[in-house]
Design a binder for this molecule. Structure first.
Ligand code: HEM
Length: 205
């Protein structure tokens, strides 16, 4: 059985950190948190509440689904956690789509976040369908793509300070870039890794 590797540990650390920080909205109380928020989100409280409640659950849970020992030893836990992940993606993605429509960065940012939301739900839904059909190898491949999109929450928060701090852009200008940059490279990297491991396996057999 393959051992979890260091990229998985780094991903787990970053995912948990971003998920916990996102819960400031619930911990501070919505009013307190809204005072610190950009005004454009204040008129979509329900969507933001659903989004900041559900999306961090997907981020925090998803990474543990890839721990080989955990899913082999506790398949029931893997299935339960997978169902919660899928529900969190559905709620987080649908509310993310509502937030995307009025994104601060205008139509280009709206399109980037909107496409991310649609792909997040679609790709995860396909992974769930494959699990229900017991096509575990394909389920795993689609879940890797799904988590690459979930991880956009982390990559966005890595790029944003650089664009604002070093690039001298404001939040609206930065979000035009990060709405795409936070997920397109993640998905391409996941696809590259899947193709590479598949061709390595084909060479061995
Ligand atoms: C992958 C699909 C996702 C989409 C499409 C999406 C979309 C959005 C959008 C459009 C906004 C408002 C940004 C703006 O108006 O400029 C937002 C805010 C937010 N999202 Fe997501 N999001 C996704 C995933 C996540 C995940 C996995 C988390 C987990 C931590 C998360 C946490 C937040 C938080 C906390 C905010 C409030 C603003 C902030 O703290 O930066 N989102 N999201």
């Amino acid at each position: 059985m393959a051992r979890p590797s260091w990229p998985l540990f780094i991903a787990a650390f970053l995912s948990l950190a971003v998920a916990l920080v996102s819960y400031r909205f619930l911990l501070l109380g919505l009013d307190g948190a809204f005072e610190s928020m950009a005004g454009h989100l204040a008129n979509r409280r329900l969507a933001l509440l659903l989004h900041v409640s559900a999306a961090p659950v997907a981020l925090a849970l998803g990474v543990f689904q890839f721990l080989p020992k955990l899913s082999a030893r506790h398949p029931g836990l893997h299935r339960l956690s997978g169902r919660i992940y899928a529900l969190a993606v559905l709620v987080g993605g649908a509310s993310g789509l509502v937030l995307a429509i009025g994104a601060e960065g205008g139509p280009v940012a709206a399109a980037g976040f909107g496409l991310l939301a649609v792909l997040w739900i679609g790709i995860t839904g396909n992974a769930v369908r494959l699990a229900m059909q017991r096509d575990i190898a394909a389920h795993r491949r689609w879940m890797i793509r799904s988590y690459a999109l979930t991880f956009a929450a982390v990559t966005l928060r890595i790029y944003l300070p650089f664009l604002i701090g070093l690039g001298g852009l404001d939040y609206a200008q930065s979000s035009i870039w990060v709405a795409w940059a936070c997920w397109v490279p993640n998905l391409l990297l996941a696809q590259w890794w899947l193709t590479r491991t598949a061709s390595k396996a084909a060479r061995v057999t």
